[in-house]
Design a protein around this ligand. Structure first.
Ligand code: ZN
Length: 191
């Protein structure tokens, strides 16, 4: 891995564009936690996990991390992403987007079944995404989630992550450590 890689002006411009696009698309959304945290914090956390923990230096992966929830949760279209950010980024975002026409339980099952078939970059994004989510489920839980729902969520990510392993050891270890912390947090939580 080349950690001394330099980025071109075009690459930095694209990354900044992706940040602006995602911020605009998620502008009216907040995480469902007690503190009203702007939704955009989540894609930024995912990107920073890839950058700092995974030492990912592929600009397309970092851009797709910023955009990873735009197709699923905003009015962003595939055409917009294609025109602004190109085919590679669109494919990556599509790979990490659930089919919203399916019922929630089916989507959760599909994530378990499809994880091992994804590209390396999509697996890295999903590893970082699941890690950020279990951290938030433990420390900034959605207001209306019971303890059981939070525990079920952690258990489900274990099954998804099983299909993502062999991709980036640092990201996988970071997930494992975060999972133990989250489980400890939930088991000490009575409400
Ligand atoms: Zn996400």
């Amino acid at each position: 891995m080349n950690l001394t890689k330099t980025f071109s002006v075009d690459e930095i411009g694209l990354l900044l564009n992706a940040l602006q696009f995602a911020t605009t698309k998620h502008r009216n959304q907040q995480r469902k936690s007690r503190e009203a945290i702007p939704y955009i914090n989540h894609p930024i956390d995912v990107m920073m996990t890839l950058w700092e923990v995974g030492e990912i230096r592929e600009i397309s992966t970092l851009m797709a991390a910023l955009l990873h929830d735009t197709l699923e949760d905003t009015d962003a279209t595939e055409i917009e992403i294609l025109e602004l950010f190109g085919e590679q980024v669109l494919y990556l975002v599509q790979e990490v987007t659930d089919d919203k026409s399916l019922p929630k339980q089916q989507r959760k099952l599909n994530q378990i079944e499809s994880a091992s078939h994804k590209s390396v970059a999509a697996k890295q994004i999903k590893l970082a995404d699941k890690t950020c989510n279990i951290h938030d489920i433990a420390y900034l839980p959605p207001d209306n989630w019971s303890l059981q729902q939070r525990q079920d969520y952690l258990d489900w990510t274990i099954k998804v992550v099983a299909g993502l392993r062999g991709t980036n050891l640092a990201l996988e270890n970071h997930y494992d450590v975060t999972l133990i912390q989250a489980q400890t947090m939930l088991s000490s939580n009575v409400s």
